[in-house]
Design a protein around this ligand. Structure first.
Ligand code: HAM
Length: 422
């Protein structure tokens, strides 16, 4: 007996109608981003490991979750991308497009996670990045792009959390204060957080482990350590969000995956989902990343939204139903020959959605298939029609009676019935 295979752990096969909804979501995002002046960028699915390592040696993503490709002699070690911001920055460093460079992307990412609902080893994101400006209006623009996108999908229970991580000396002072706080309370921390503390105290704030909750809650907040310049930047971001009437919550302990994060950082939480996996998107500034990848010193800001989780949130809120995938017309043909092939081709070239049956099935079975297809109209070709050079046009889901029309008028008749003529 042949082996039987299943989708690998942590991956999912997405079939219709979910696959159609997925495609529509990406299309909507592409439209929204295009309308805001972003052009698509398509990074490779894998990069030299160094590209991802730069993003943050202290993050879980780099330390434990990378899908490494087999080592090949004489080549740099490579890994599947765990996210796309690093690739976008590498692309900028390599091609040096004019700034501000506004790019959007969509596609799969890979992280070796412990799979559960809303957390997968292969998952999709749509995202946008702006490189080459540190204008706080851009921070607001990217947040607004994501926010309006959720809104357009119909989501109403998304909460925006924002924080500023500062930069430079302010960030260094804060990290030192944080380290002192955690070291003073090290006995109360989980073993994992003690390990994280050695590498990056900021990341301890990210712990969702209950044992850490008390010490994390008592930790000093970055906003108290912002330099004047970073404080001013953050104030302008907040004023911009207010001006657009985008509600947000200040979240002083919000730090995110990228170790290179600076200044504005934000996350979108879907309140209709379980708290453990309710981040449906996140992003922020990373003003040193392009330079870390060998490019010029240009600031960047952007976000990525999790497609899998957004669709779970849509289910939970009962919005953004799968689009109907019906064709317009179904050709039922009981005579041998190429009549059906030719007519279907003609209908499709006229811009109509057209399908047909195969395998020379009976009239009854083909009519059932026509009904299942959701088509609004059936065109029937039997031996009588073939001899007379006509087809029978039968409305299935539009008003009207069945009628016989000349074969040459078939397409025009269907267009008339569907109101798509011209
Ligand atoms: P991230 O927070 O790692 O950020 O991922 C962004 C979103 O991707 C998450 O909010 C979540 O919706 C989704 N996501 C992440 N991991 C998984 C998973 N294992 N299964 C399902 N969904 C997942 C980034 O990736 C940064 N590149 C965001 C960014 C862009 N920062 C600046 N620019």
């Amino acid at each position: 007996m042949a082996d039987s295979f299943q989708a690998p752990r942590g991956t999912r096969d997405i079939l219709a109608p979910e696959s159609e909804r997925w495609r529509l979501l990406v299309q909507r995002f592409a439209e929204a981003a295009g309308q805001a002046g972003y052009a698509a960028v398509i990074p490779p699915m894998f990069e030299d490991l160094g590209v991802f390592e730069r993003v943050g040696e202290a993050t879980d993503v780099v330390r434990k979750e990378m899908f490494l490709l087999a080592e090949r002699e004489g080549e740099a070690r490579q890994a599947l991308r765990p996210e796309q911001t690093a690739s976008v920055c590498r692309i900028f460093a390599q091609h040096r497009p004019a700034t501000p460079w506004k790019a959007w992307y969509a596609g799969s990412n890979f992280r070796y996670e412990r799979p559960q609902k809303g957390r997968y080893r292969q998952f999709d994101q749509v995202g946008a990045e702006v490189l080459g400006t540190d204008d706080p209006d851009v921070d607001v623009e990217v947040i607004a792009l994501a926010w309006r996108f959720y809104e357009q999908l119909g989501l109403r229970q998304v909460k925006l959390l924002v924080n500023s991580l500062g930069d430079g000396q302010g960030r260094a002072d804060y990290t030192a204060a944080l380290r002192r706080h955690f070291e003073d309370n090290v006995d109360a921390l989980s073993a994992q957080s003690r390990e994280t503390l050695q590498v990056n105290p900021l990341r301890v704030l990210d712990s969702k482990r209950p044992e850490d909750a008390e010490v994390v809650a008592a930790a000093p907040a970055m906003v108290e350590h912002l330099s004047d310049e970073d404080g001013e930047h953050f104030a302008r971001v907040r004023a911009g969000l207010d001006a657009l009437a985008i509600p947000y919550e200040l979240s002083p302990r919000l730090v995110r995956g990228l170790a290179s994060s600076t200044r504005t950082t934000f996350e979108f939480a879907a309140e209709a989902l379980d708290a453990a996996q309710n981040a449906v998107g996140g992003g922020g500034r990373y003003d040193g990343l392009v330079a870390d990848l060998g490019g010029p010193s240009v600031p960047g800001v952007g976000f990525a939204l999790g497609v899998d989780r957004i669709l779970l949130a849509c289910d939970a809120e009962g919005v953004f139903a799968p689009p109907p995938s019906a064709v317009d017309v179904f050709v039922v043909c009981t005579v041998a020959g190429t009549d059906s092939l030719v007519l279907v081709d003609e209908l499709r070239r006229a811009g109509l959605g057209a399908d047909r049956a195969f395998d020379g099935r009976s009239m009854k079975s083909q009519m059932k298939a026509a009904d299942r297809s959701g088509a609004k109209v059936a065109i029937i070709i039997g031996s009588q029609e073939q001899e007379a050079g006509v087809v029978a046009v039968r409305p299935l889901r539009v008003e009207g009676e069945q009628r016989s029309v000349a074969r040459a008028d078939a397409v025009r008749t269907v267009q008339g019935l569907l109101g798509t003529a011209g």
